[in-house]
Design a protein around this ligand. Structure first.
Ligand code: AOF
Ligand code: ZN
Length: 357
């Protein structure tokens, strides 16, 4: 049986709920009957709602799945959460085989779901397309195993790594297709984060339900800048200053300690994760913020436009003290390259970003 193809289908189904299940994982499920024909599909659609397995199994009549196989990208759960354990339902429905992509990194489940299934005499096949399944839930894995926010950077540059000309003109480096993909990427993250310099230079709207602006000196215009017009917004500023008393209800001002003359990014990330329950952040800013965020970055989306600006006066996408030796360079691994003609996008990860747990 081609479980890899069926697992691909699970990943595809799971992906339909991008942006709707956080802090839960993305999970998709396919059910085969005893003749190995697909009889049902399902996925976890929304935080708090049915898990993927329940979604797929409840579409079937009482005995339809008996003797069949269930394929799912994440180990079925064993705990009573918002819904009863998926492992129990699988046993009750009489499946004889379960194929999974990866173990659940959630310590209250991890391994226990599989144990339940095996104890009930169900054959379990593990690790099908494991790398892809881990990549799909990289935010959830980091949340569960490291208790930290997942940090991604998105940047768009010319072939020579410039985000703007020397005079600062930066809009529309990439094409419409690339910009449409940025909307898909944003949807995967709990919030987007930018800097006061970007707000002032480009006045972007950055459509998203949660936005974070780093504005150390409170220099952006909180009444007129496009970014503040919609969404829930967190503005981090130097704790020694006084935030404006009157401001729109969607703005939350958070005093922040300073490190080396800049807002302390580690503090910003911890605050968002621990106090606001934000599990992932997409940074869309200029070279200075990208430069300081690089050491926290789990992932980079780098769009290249086939343009060259030349000389040394254009703005670099990572503005930080240059490393002396190539062996000290920040090192990433390319996991995919996609074309958004005429541009391309590389997706890169820190080499250890989905390490074993
Ligand atoms: C599955 N299938 O589709 C999902 C699973 O808050 P709850 O009750 O929804 O439980 C969330 C936990 O359940 C989550 O942390 C993860 O361990 C597991 N998610 N498991 O078998 C699913 N979404
Ligand atoms: Zn479950």
């Amino acid at each position: 049986m081609d479980y890899e193809n069926l697992m691909k289908k699970c990943i595809e189904l799971a992906g339909k709920a991008e942006g709707a299940v956080s802090p839960n994982p993305l999970v998709g499920c396919v059910v085969l009957n005893s003749d190995e024909k697909i009889i049902s599909e399902g996925y976890h659609k929304k935080y708090g709602e049915n898990h993927a397995e329940r979604d797929a199994l409840l579409k079937l009549s009482e005995d339809e799945a008996r003797g069949g196989t269930l394929i799912v990208n994440l180990e079925p759960c064993s705990h009573f959460g918002k819904t009863p354990p998926c492992a129990d339902l699988i046993i009750e429905k009489g499946l004889k085989k379960v194929v999974i992509g990866m173990k659940d990194p959630n310590p209250i489940v991890s391994g226990r779901g599989l144990e339940k299934l095996k104890n009930a005499g169900i054959e379990v096949i593990e690790g099908v397309l494991e790398e892809d399944c881990r990549r799909l839930n990289e935010v959830f894995i980091k949340d569960m195993t490291e208790n930290k926010i997942f940090v991604a950077i998105k940047t768009a540059t010319t072939l020579d790594g410039k985000i703007a000309t020397a005079s600062g003109s930066s809009k529309w480096i990439t094409s419409d297709g690339a910009r449409a993909e940025v909307l898909n990427i944003r949807n995967r993250y709990d919030c987007i984060l930018t800097s006061s310099s970007t707000v002032i230079a480009d006045n972007p709207t950055m459509r998203h339900k949660t936005k974070v602006v780093l504005d150390r000196t409170l220099k952006t215009d909180f009444k007129t800048a496009n970014i503040y017009k919609e969404g829930r917004i967190f503005v981090f500023y130097d704790e020694k200053l006084v935030a404006p008393l009157e401001h729109a209800k969607n703005l939350n001002f958070i005093p922040c300690p300073i490190e080396n003359g800049r807002l302390d990014l580690e503090y910003v990330f911890e605050k968002l994760y621990l106090e606001e329950g934000i599990k992932s952040v997409l940074i869309e800013a200029g070279g200075r913020l990208n430069g300081s965020a690089l050491k926290f970055a789990d992932k980079i989306y780098h769009f290249f436009a086939p343009k060259i600006l030349g000389d040394n006066s254009g703005k670099s996408c990572y503005d930080f003290r240059q490393v002396e030796d190539i062996s000290d360079a920040e090192n990433f691994r390319i996991v995919s390259a996609k074309t958004f003609s005429p541009d391309i996008m590389l997706e890169l990860v820190k080499s250890d970003s989905v390490k074993k747990f």
